[in-house]
Design a protein. Structure first.
Length: 515
């Protein structure tokens, strides 16, 4: 086991005050209940994240128990076997990995039951209560964290069941928290309905709407970069920045998830949540403090300042072969690619296009933010020839941030070239393990820190931006252009970016430093 203790967990971010005013001292036993334990998300993300938290000492066997709940009839042993293969060793822990996995799996118990009947939830409550009693937790607190790794269609009934049968017992004190996954609704109306249904059962501080992009290392770095560096303060605005791209590319298609994906499409799957959250952090004003409510207040303001999307500033695509998936209808118009220009109507960003692009089955896998600056005025060095200054934050793979700038080419001639100030994480932080987004976010839910979770009004504002466009696509009024798998997507997307002001740099060659 790692050496971290609860004290590590309780340390507040960046040495600030504890994140919420109702910060609960962490003691007593913690029950983490994974609903939908037989599913894909649970085995690929939730349990591995819990394992890594366990391995690093953030959750410990003496005060944590994990419950899997799903409809499938399974024993504890079956569930443990199912997830064993997904528990990868942490860096440097390879030798004890087998033993760590066995110890961790012993913490997991499985309860089978339906999502809409009381029987299963009563059983679940009994199992949790037995555990709490066995830990003699009357003098401590009972902390129950319900992680809904489930389709949103069952959220309301599951929340009702939790509320009716599985809330922590008041005589034990403590808390009950609910973690819900995306997609949270299909449009403004359905999201609002879902929010109201859950809102009737739980208070907002109990609800953690997860967007795993908010747990990524470089996404978490955005506010620090922007607000803790004098460099950026005067530059980060319409006077200096020409355009900002926020890009998500995957080099594989829907990979067996065609049935799910076809119901949603790339805008609901990636843009309305992951990329929009990134946009908020790139564009927001400095919050009053790092308190979650202050940060989220600023994010909401950005979303509310986004202008309605123009049809002429959207390109949709669908990769050829997408409809060959047997779970996808032959006539599907669902976009697997989209470029959308968002415009923020405020003093800082008026006139700066945010070029948001996401696509599946493209020629590469990456997620990045590219801030492109305007041309140098009175350009005596012909900088334009080299290309514009760009500040690139690569979220994945190989986390990095680099600043492309014009310098004198070393030598006797006075030639200029484009080079870069390069902060590659694998080089600069060689000994550091970058945690998975889910690890960080689950830890935040245990600590009660909602800063990196989506608030209800934030979600509403996000849906307000995209719902009119989504309805047009759903009604077949906007068509997806075909593109070849393994390509850059439809050519029209690059043309749109160019038309909006993006200038591609040609001839720049990056020479990776040798380790
Ligand atoms: P790219 O060459 O990958 O992309 C530059 C920009 O041009 C992107 O906005 C890209 O859009 C766009 N683009 C690429 N091809 C086309 C096209 N055919 N038509 C229109 N637009 C296009 O990145 P960089 O210039 O930043 O860097 C070049 C290489 O050097 C990259 O591989 C980069 O990863 C690497 N590098 C790595 C560093 C590091 O790891 N620390 C530091 C510096 C550079 P889109 O994103 O949609 O492709
Ligand atoms: C999920 C989407 O939210 O994010 C998937 O549903 C996508 O379609 C995934 O593949 C990408 O996450 P990451 O962390 O691999 O970029």
């Amino acid at each position: 086991m790692g050496s971290g203790q609860w004290s590590v967990v309780q340390r507040s971010p960046l040495g600030t005050e504890p994140p919420t005013s109702e910060y609960v001292p962490e003691s007593g036993c913690l029950s983490i209940i994974v609903l939908g334990a037989s599913g894909d998300l649970a085995k690929k993300k939730t349990f591995p994240a819990l394992f890594h938290l366990y391995r690093q000492g953030f959750i410990q066997s003496h005060d944590v128990h994990i419950f899997g709940y799903a409809r499938s009839k399974m024993s504890d042993h079956d569930l443990r076997d199912r997830i064993r293969g997904y528990l990868t060793p942490c860096k440097g822990c390879e030798e004890t990995h087998e033993e760590d996995v066995n110890q961790f799996l012993q913490l997991i118990k499985y309860v089978a039951g339906a999502y809409d009947t009381e029987e299963g939830f009563r059983l679940l409550d009994k199992a949790i209560s037995e555990y709490e009693v066995s830990k003699n937790s009357t003098d401590g607190s009972s902390r129950r964290l319900f992680y809904l790794a489930l389709p949103p269609s069952v959220y309301p009934s599951v929340c009702k069941m939790i509320k009716s049968y599985c809330m922590n017992k008041s005589d034990l004190g403590g808390w009950t928290r609910i973690v819900v996954e995306k997609p949270f609704g299909r449009d403004l109306q359905s999201a609002e309905e879902l929010s109201s249904q859950i809102g009737e059962l739980f208070e907002e501080p109990q609800i953690y709407r997860i967007d795993h992009y908010l747990g990524k290392e470089l996404v978490q770095n955005l506010m620090v970069l922007r607000f803790a560096n004098r460099f950026f303060l005067p530059l980060w605005n319409r006077d200096n920045i020409s355009n900002i791209q926020i890009v998500f590319r995957e080099d594989f298609g829907t990979d067996g998830r065609g049935g799910y994906f076809d119901q949603y499409g790339i805008i609901r799957d990636i843009i309305q949540n992951h990329l929009l959250q990134v946009l908020c952090l790139v564009a927001m004003e400095k919050p009053v403090s790092l308190k979650p409510e202050h940060v989220r207040d600023e994010k909401v303001k950005v979303l509310q300042s986004v202008l309605p999307i123009e049809d002429s500033e959207v390109v949709l695509g669908q990769y050829q072969g997408y409809t060959e998936d047997p779970t996808v209808p032959d006539n599907s118009n669902t976009p697997t690619f989209a470029t959308v220009i968002l415009r923020i109507h405020n003093e800082r960003w008026e006139g700066v296009p945010f070029i948001i692009k996401a696509g599946k089955a493209l020629n590469s896998r990456k997620a990045e933010i590219r801030v492109q600056f305007k041309d140098v005025p009175g350009d005596i060095y012909k900088c334009k020839k080299q290309g514009r200054n760009e500040f690139v934050i690569r979220l994945q793979p190989s986390e990095a941030m680099y600043m492309k700038l014009t310098v004198k080419e070393p030598g006797l001639e006075m030639n200029t070239v484009q080079s870069e100030l390069d902060l590659s994480y694998s080089q600069r932080y060689q000994q550091t393990i970058i945690p998975e987004a889910y690890e960080r976010l689950i830890l935040d839910t245990i600590r009660g820190d909602q800063q990196h979770f989506v608030r209800r009004d934030e979600l509403k504002a996000a849906w307000e931006i995209f719902t009119p466009l989504l309805h047009k696509i759903d009604r077949g009024e906007m068509k997806s252009l075909p593109y070849k798998p393994g390509s850059r997507g439809p050519e029209e997307a690059d043309k749109l970016a160019e038309k909006s002001g993006f200038v591609q740099t040609h001839g720049y060659i990056w020479i990776p430093p040798t380790l």
